[in-house]
Design a binder for this molecule. Structure first.
Ligand SMILES: C[C@H](O)[C@H](O)[C@H]1CNC2=NC(N)=NC(=O)C2=N1
Length: 100
């Protein structure tokens, strides 16, 4: 697994940035903050993402308090953003569609 090429960053990353993901300062990673109606919705989101992550063998770095979930994605094996991060970020946005 290698990090995204310059071209891939334009074609694959840009749509995620347009959808609310942000580049993390001083790190080749992306982050998105989700706000749900309550903890139940937030944890349901985390459950769906966790099952997908384990199936992909590609796991998020995340923080949850009550109805908020902050997801950070990067690929440790290549120390940067890879296509796996794009896949998981896209899944997060589908699984997190109830977020405000
Ligand atoms: C041994 C296991 O396959 C690896 O450690 C996997 C697990 N999950 C992972 N998750 C992420 N985000 N990056 C990785 O490089 C990674 N590697």
């Amino acid at each position: 697994m290698s990090t995204l090429t310059i071209a891939q960053r334009q074609t694959l990353l840009q749509p995620l940035l347009n959808a609310g993901w942000a580049l993390v300062a001083n790190r080749d990673a992306i982050q998105k903050k989700y706000v749900f109606g309550d903890f139940n919705e937030a944890f349901g989101f985390m459950t769906r993402v966790a099952l997908k992550a384990d199936k992909m063998d590609h796991h998020p770095e995340w923080f949850n308090v009550y109805n908020r979930v902050e997801v950070t994605l990067s690929t440790h094996d290549c120390n940067g953003l890879s296509e796996k991060d794009v896949t998981l970020a896209t899944f997060c946005d589908t699984a997190g569609s109830k977020a405000t």
